[in-house]
Ligand binder design. Structure first.
Ligand code: CO
Length: 134
């Protein structure tokens, strides 16, 4: 099993509308898909010109992991996402090799990508996401 390129780095912020101009106007990044993901209690937007992106994430509910992250640590880097060609088989392989998964099955992420998170206990303290991307 082999990870692909870094697909995106996730940053937690308090307010997407306050942060987007920083990346768009000062850093010249394209603004991509933006959507509320109610199951996670967040709104997220993808920024950048590829092949790697920045994903800004803001909580829209108080009782979520991202809201707790923001309250406890303030805005900042939240996770790193790697592209993999076949997410389901990659998750199976990782689980078999003892990697602790947060998502044992792929679920829908920003922009309709299928994603899954690995537990930071298994990945050097860094929350790691896998994105199915070909
Ligand atoms: Co992400």
């Amino acid at each position: 099993m082999q990870l692909g390129l870094i697909h995106h780095v996730g940053y937690v912020v308090a307010d997407l509308d306050a942060e987007i101009p920083v990346y768009r106007d000062r850093l010249g990044m394209d603004v991509g898909v933006r959507e509320v993901m109610p199951d996670q209690g967040v709104e997220a937007v993808m920024l950048g010109n590829g092949p790697s992106y920045i994903e800004l994430i803001a909580p829209v509910a108080d009782d979520t992991g991202v809201a707790r992250f923001l309250a406890k640590r303030g805005p900042g880097m939240h996770h790193v996402a790697f592209a993999v060609p076949h997410l389901e088989s990659t998750l199976r392989e990782l689980a078999d090799s003892g990697v602790e998964l947060i998502d044992s099955a792929p679920r829908r992420g920003l922009g309709g990508h299928m994603v899954a998170f690995l537990h930071p206990r298994s990945t050097g303290g860094v929350l790691t996401e896998l994105v199915e991307a070909h």
